[in-house]
Design a protein around this ligand. Sequence first.
Ligand code: FAD
Length: 505
Amino acid sequence: MDNHYDVIVVGAGNAGLVAAATTAKSGLKTLLLEKHNLPGGSASSFVRGRFEFEPSLHELAGVGTKEKPGNIYQIFDELGAKIDWRYEYNTFRTIAKGVDGYDVKLPAGIDAFCTEMEKAVPGCEKQVRALFALAKKVDDAIAYITKMKGKPNPLVMITKHGDFMRVASHSVEQVMDALGLSEKARDILCTYWGYLGVPTDEVNCMHYLAMLNSFVVNGAAMPYKRSHEMSLALVKVINDNGGEVWFNSEVTRFLYDENGAAIGVEAAGKKLYAKEIISNIIPHNVFNRSDADKIPQRDLKLANARKFGISVLTVYLGLDCTMEELGIKDYTVFVTTTGNTRKQYNDRLEGSMYIVNCLNDVIPDCTPKGTCSMFFTMPLFGSDIPKELKPEQYKKYKNDLALRYLRDYEDLTGMSIVPHIEEISVATPVTFARYLGTPEGTIYGYMNSGWDNMLARISSEKEDYTIPNLTFCGGHSARSIGYSSTYNSGKIVGDRIVRKLKGGN
Ligand SMILES: Cc1cc2nc3c(=O)[nH]c(=O)nc-3n(C[C@H](O)[C@H](O)[C@H](O)COP(=O)(O)OP(=O)(O)OC[C@H]3O[C@@H](n4cnc5c(N)ncnc54)[C@H](O)[C@@H]3O)c2cc1C
């Protein structure tokens, strides 16, 4: 009987780890299966020479401090996962090139942020404050919906959260227009669009405001030892509470009973059974690992109707000089050719938007003495990679792209980066497809736009996923992408399964 569990979680990404830690901590017999030899999915680290790189995390929202804990701090704290948090109290520096361009650095904290916005765009402060007042209402409504476990009272929503309902059915641009924000103020406020991967004339305002507010209110946090520290801390919670984590254990098949209910999986050459299966892997990959007749037509149609989210090209640099020697003064810099996010998105192959991070600005000793690291990121779909590209041409293709961004940043800032490269690693959607196993290398699950937005996903979760005893968590699911969203997703799903199997609240 030892191949029978209460819960099997497939995939040790952020959401899978928190879901498994939650069920294990509640006393449920839990098994977490991960195809790689280490946990985390995107939340990991890798070593080149004397550098340990952060592969994905630019900024983690919603952490806060012990005195003023945010939602993520609480999740880790309640689970007993100890993290050495480090903080960044600037939101971003954003540079738009060109004659009408700007170079603005904005601090965290609503008052400080609004004051700097007023300096950058005189006359905008009142509207920016109105935007944050709206963001607060969005936060309150999300807190209410979460408290009601996704089943809010429609009367309460209409009477108490009317502004939320209006915001949630409009794009960011529509709401900013309604508030009378000028184009320049809007462009600056929309800088974070890349973190959701959808331009602001398309992305749901509720989603964007929740993210913007979270970064501005609390600032961002980073774990001292890369995101690998968070993933390892969660594995420890699972193990300490009697759960099992099997690495090098790819799930190759999902198993169902004659009524179509999920009953187990195949991994590591074994059939493993559980009362509940939680999938941290995208529905496409679950369905491809299931007998076709077990997948309800509606679930299949939904998966096929969705668009895959964006991916990225990333360049990780280990440099043989300090950040001071290079002249770096910021942790996060967004560089664009135009403030308009739709143009940035459309012209992504022309280098219209990229992000540059230097972790040493937040964690000075994250690299050996006398060195520093840089991390370049730009939006790129898997389908942007030329179909005719031959395997032997791939290395040159990605290195040429990487060099173009490095040269562009050197020209823009006057820094001399390339001569100081000691280690370099370049990842593309191909890398993410291989490592995460996602279709087209999406790092953001399904694209969060149009009918497939976060609110629609949360409110129709029951109709969208109908296979009994199979629940999805992670960036592709209801709470959508990003570190905080996926940790939240794991917690919500883990709690739901605990209630289902053990009863109570
Ligand atoms: C370059 C990059 C930069 C990013 N920057 C940020 C940022 O600054 N801030 C932010 O909030 N978010 C950022 N993100 C997004 C964030 O990392 C993701 O949204 C989040 O980590 C996804 O978590 P997840 O739970 O969906 O799992 P994933 O990370 O997708 O992990 C899924 C896990 O399942 C495993 N798996 C897959 N198939 C199988 C199988 N068949 N059997 C067993 N295991 C399997 C995979 O190996 C993986 O470990 C970034 C992502 C990337 C790649």
